[in-house]
Design a protein around this ligand. Structure first.
Ligand code: HAM
Length: 431
């Protein structure tokens, strides 16, 4: 049985082939995402992976709706796997915002599903770091979101030379469209044409714009101008005050494909332009009112950062750490007469918080030792009979040749002391 195209298996380290996805790398990403969200004062939320089809049909718009994994469930409901988190967030917030002080700063790491044409950086399932602020109209909130996006990427070791946030504005584009007599009812079609400009052929784009009464050159010239507009100026100022100006550039070549954006929008790209967007987001002040049928009105803004492009980029830059497993102790049972006592030792170590493994079944000593090495054991322990007839514990660091001998009762204290000296967490990737 093969897995479905566009879906991934995540294997433990070491992965069976370089192209295989690593569960440890994924855990590394999630840990960094959670850590930066915490630094910025965001709280975690989550929702169901399956939602009513209606939630997406009206609000997300465009490509994402054509890419839905939807079906009729056994109760006759029209449902869809979530292709993005924002509608779920809007639904949750509309239902329960009264119990929270505004503005809300919420984050989540959902797995999302889109029936995409498979290509580099785009799969049919991905994990996405979503961070959103709800209940704040001030541009300070837009700057805060962009700063979080920048610092999240910096937390992985990426710098201003590696990536750029291209900042744009739906308001500016709306004004452009209206000023030049664009048909109000087809504005979103126009935004989608702008969104596709960098991914489509010149002829296809020219045709799209012509149908809407525009010339490709006219649109290109406007992108070329990319002046700092009134709504973007305070955001740029606040980012500069944080010393983050080198990470951002005003660039009207970005407009975002989703229908619900209403204000400043942005996407993060690698500077060399080799990869698809690393992240994208913006302000969507009307979505919560739309989803709650006008009952709740809350301005909102946020971004999503996928794991696929980010992992590809970190791999290419050599920024994924060594993710080999690390175990504190492996207990070798060389003499079956010591099995019961070895198990007592294993149990005692684990109860003391020492990550411990051992040979589950009788096996030759060197096989057990090799297993200990592959598990990344910092120490191996084995019980032996000393010449005086007493039981002793031999402690060895696999990296060193020498072995120390201690009393079995001292094992927990001795190991905890040694680990304290080394002070290493269980996952090397977190060092
Ligand atoms: P999005 O631009 O559709 O925005 O997705 C955000 C990011 O998710 C992309 O930049 C990309 O890194 C990743 N991504 C999207 N689709 C795929 C795919 N098929 N395969 C791999 N990675 C993918 C949204 O989803 C908005 N809901 C974000 C947002 C949150 N806006 C406001 N709050």
């Amino acid at each position: 049985m093969e897995r479905l195209p566009g879906f991934r298996d995540f294997y433990p380290e070491p992965p069976p082939a370089p192209s295989v996805w690593s569960a440890a790398a994924r855990a590394f990403l999630f840990a960094k995402w959670r850590e930066t969200a915490r630094l910025y004062g965001f709280q975690e939320y989550d929702g169901p992976p399956l939602e009513s089809l209606d939630l997406y049909k009206l609000k997300s718009g465009g490509e994402i709706v054509r890419q839905l994994y939807n079906f009729t469930d056994k109760g006759g409901r029209e449902v869809a796997l979530r292709p993005e988190m924002t509608p779920t967030l809007a639904r949750m917030v509309a239902a329960a915002e009264r119990g929270y002080k505004k503005p809300l700063k919420w984050f989540s790491i959902p797995q999302l599903f889109r029936y995409e044409r498979q290509q580099k950086g785009r799969l049919r399932e991905h994990f996405q770091f979503n961070a959103d602020i709800l209940g704040e109209r001030d541009p300070g909130a837009d700057a805060e979101m962009i700063a979080l996006l920048i610092d999240t990427l910096r937390a992985f070791g990426l710098e201003a030379a590696d990536f750029v946030i291209r900042l744009s504005s739906r308001q500016v584009w709306e004004a452009f469209y209206r000023r030049r007599g664009g048909d109000e009812a087809r504005a979103y079609e126009f935004f989608q044409a702008v969104d596709k400009l960098e991914r489509e052929s010149e002829e296809a784009s020219a045709k799209r714009f012509e149908e809407l009464g525009f010339k490709l050159d006219q649109v290109r010239d406007f992108i070329e101008s990319s002046e700092v507009s009134e709504d973007l100026a305070p955001i740029m100022e606040q980012l500069a005050a944080r010393g983050l100006q080198d990470f951002v550039r005003v660039d009207y070549g970005v407009i975002r494909g989703l229908a619900y954006y209403t204000g400043p929008v942005y996407e993060a790209f690698d500077r060399q332009g080799k990869f698809r967007a690393i992240a994208g987001g913006g302000r969507y002040d009307n979505l919560i009112a739309l989803i709650s049928r006008g009952k709740v009105r809350l301005p909102a803004l946020g971004f999503g950062m996928g794991d696929v492009v980010l992992t590809e980029l970190l791999k290419e830059r050599g920024l994924l750490p060594n993710l080999q497993p690390v175990l504190d102790v492996f207990v070798l049972v060389e003499d079956e007469a010591f099995r019961a006592e070895s198990l007592r030792l294993v149990q005692g170590l684990r109860e003391a918080g020492v990550a411990t493994d051992y040979g589950l079944a009788p096996a030759k000593s060197d096989r057990q030792y090799k297993l200990a090495l592959s598990r990344g054991a910092r120490f191996t322990l084995r019980l032996v009979s000393a010449p005086d007839g007493r039981v002793r514990l031999k402690v060895k660091k696999p990296a060193q040749r020498t072995e120390e001998e201690i009393k079995p009762v001292d094992a927990v204290d001795f190991i905890k002391n040694q680990l304290q000296l080394e002070k290493g967490p269980s996952l090397r990737g977190e060092e």
